[in-house]
Ligand binder design. Sequence first.
Ligand SMILES: Cc1ncc(COP(=O)(O)O)c(C=O)c1O
Length: 381
Amino acid sequence: MSGAIYLDGLSTAPLAPEARAAMLAAWDQPGNPSSPHAAGERAAALVETARRSVADLVGASSAEIVFTSGATEANNLAIAGAAAAAITGGSERRHVVVTSIEHKSVLEAAWRLRAVGFTVDIAPVTKAGVVDLGELAALIRNDTLLVSVMAANNETAVLQPIAEVAALAHAVGALLHCDAAQAVGKVPVDVIDLDVDFMSVSSHKMYGPMGVGALYVSAAAPRPTPLLVGGGQENGLRAGTEPAPLIAGFGTAAEVARSRLEKDARHAKSLLGAFLQDLSERQVKIHVNGNVSKLLPGAINISIDGIDAQSLAMIMARTVMISTGSACNSGQINSSHVLDAMDVDEKRKKEALRICFGRYHSDPDAREAARQLGDAINRMR
Ligand SMILES: Cc1ncc(COP(=O)(O)O)c(C=O)c1O
């Protein structure tokens, strides 16, 4: 083990070497996927191969995958696009439900709909960070157009009961969007089993490159209105030249993830277990923020008793890289809207850290991270 240990894989995961190799090869080949010549055909083939790989990873058909710049754009396309399609299509539905722990790209996209006559309700979560199905059911109405619930939370790693949410939404004819940016590539995610209409995926959360993602649009769902219009790429749902090299990297990352999903999960879980065990042997008392039996493998949000997380993260910034809030909130020292929604008390919120072990960590990394954190905590006490 040498160098700093990166435990912030929920904000962005390291790039898989296979994805890097696929991109390097693609960058060397000019070609716009829309061009009617050999170079264009080559680029288009890269995009279509990647589409198949992403579709296979989530149990979709290729035609249901729309490449975007990431999950932020996919979330916006699903929410704004479904609302715009309802308005122009003559639907009377003007109500949307999201949960209190969604990523800001879901919350902000939903709030924007108020300006065009929608009502937005926010479904609460339990203290364990799981959407409260009873409260959600009570909010869903006959005029609900869309329900949006994430598959796994980016701050707590807590998995959400998406199939149950789908049953509630579909019972009144509402659509279900699922932001699965954190779950895809780490746990089995199947669009048919989950019964989602739209689902967002992010490449850089699953060891692919940044700047690319996808929206699954079920063939049975109404077509969202595109956010970007122009050249009609992505079946008219997302205009703009497809970044073939990034998409090739994403597709390769999806293939790799599919081929080793269980192995990666077992590995990440066992490293987190070793890390927590070592911390406890060093007399570090922790409290888990979230339902410990429903976590993404290898990831956890913990509060360390008596330790200010911000100070600890700063002390460790060059040795063990951890985060105290979601990536998009770091930099601002606002309290996390996710921990607020879970009613975590003020002291514990200040002590909260997000830790993620993954594919490229080793057992010595986990032990060394626990040793370094334990030492820093002792110094702070
Ligand atoms: C749950 C969730 N949704 C959406 C996003 C945004 O993804 P991207 O960076 O691909 O836009 C993130 C990343 O922080 C996330 O964790």
